[in-house]
Design a protein around this ligand. Sequence first.
Ligand SMILES: [Zn+2]
Length: 461
Amino acid sequence: MSTLLVKHAALLVTMDDHRQEIPDGGLFVRDGFIEQVAPTRVLPAQADEVLDLSDHIILPGLINTHHHFYQTLTRAVPAAQDANLFNWLKTLYPIWGRMTPEDIRLSTQTALAELALSGCTTASDHLYIFPNGSKLDDEIQAGMEVGIRLHASRGSMSLGESKGGLPPDSVVEAEDFILSDSQRLIETYHDPKPGASIRVVLAPCSPFSVTAELMRQSAMLAREYGCQLHTHLAETQDEEVFCLEKFGYRPVEYMDTLGWLGSDVWFAHSVHVMDEEIHTYARTGSGVAHCPTSNMRLASGIAPILEMLRAGVKVGLGVDGSASNDGSHMLEEVRQAMLLARVRAALQGASLSVEGSSPLMTARQALEIATRGSAAVLGRDDLGSLQPGKCADFFAINLNRLDYAGALHDPVASIVFCAPVRSDFTIVGGKPVVENGQLTTIDLSRHIHQHNQAAQRLLLG
Ligand SMILES: [Zn+2]
């Protein structure tokens, strides 16, 4: 049994059902779970560990619902800087095809370090390319060393160019092997219990890189074990045309024919969805990982997020892979979600109303997507808010800094409206992964050097 007392936060944002924000707030934690959330004066005075967070704002840990860690090795590649999705992929597939297990390990730790330093306490990753003997095990084992929770998706590609798919044949796998490896990974690593550090997800990559049969078989296997399902969907207009031509359906309709709608499924992007498809998501409980920076970077479009929220769709936030973002900063992504929703509102002719509700996404709404929303999308009722019984996953930022000077009349809004900063403390299950702005688990100076060497080798071929 071990206890942690966190006290004297300038403001503690609970994101509980009443959205309480507690001045001079704190938490009492026992064995990784929250026992009490309250003003400091009513919390126990003693604990095994005590953390005084005077001058800091505390928020529930941010939860990233979509990433491709390996892409940290191919950020800002010149030939892929100004391409749309399909051309971007065709440029990068051959480079990714040179990766080794060591590259997967390095890139996983780079992405998770960046995420942790931006307030992220749980990340979902989608690894769908396994060249030169790489396995999802390489990612999971490297990820555990960093210390934030990981939902590792066993991605897959089986539809190569010769069968009408987008990826070259050299990077696709046989479907029998994909399914047997998926089963092995679930049996080895998947932990369904509250407070789990590792969960396994099955995630055929996209409609244009796998067959209908692999989608169906993956869904059956995941449901046998109670795992979640994930894929890219309705990201671009090119994908919509591909689905209509190859399958005779729009992307969401196609998912319906495959048994791929439900509360155990979430889709990355969903930029090009119509009103009735939004209602299909709401009715079936299917979730969405919103990736605003990536959608801007690849000129994919603007996802109708406020429409989804109004319809009752579960929406979480994702930074997406680092070749289409190219940073893994969750707080920056929160800001982008808020701003991009406002561009959409402007394009639709909405204006800011002073009285009553605003048609513009607020800072608190954007933070809610990244916390409660993301937790719901990942099927985690033990994460996403700070309240008794939930995991002690939170981050804290010192408000006394240049970036927020003049904005402290509303500290919650400040951390979204002002320039994104790094987390000072990121705590996962009551344990510090970031302390005083420094990662506690891996030595970054050595790591960055190794990562850059690996990236250079991949690009030179
Ligand atoms: Zn993606």
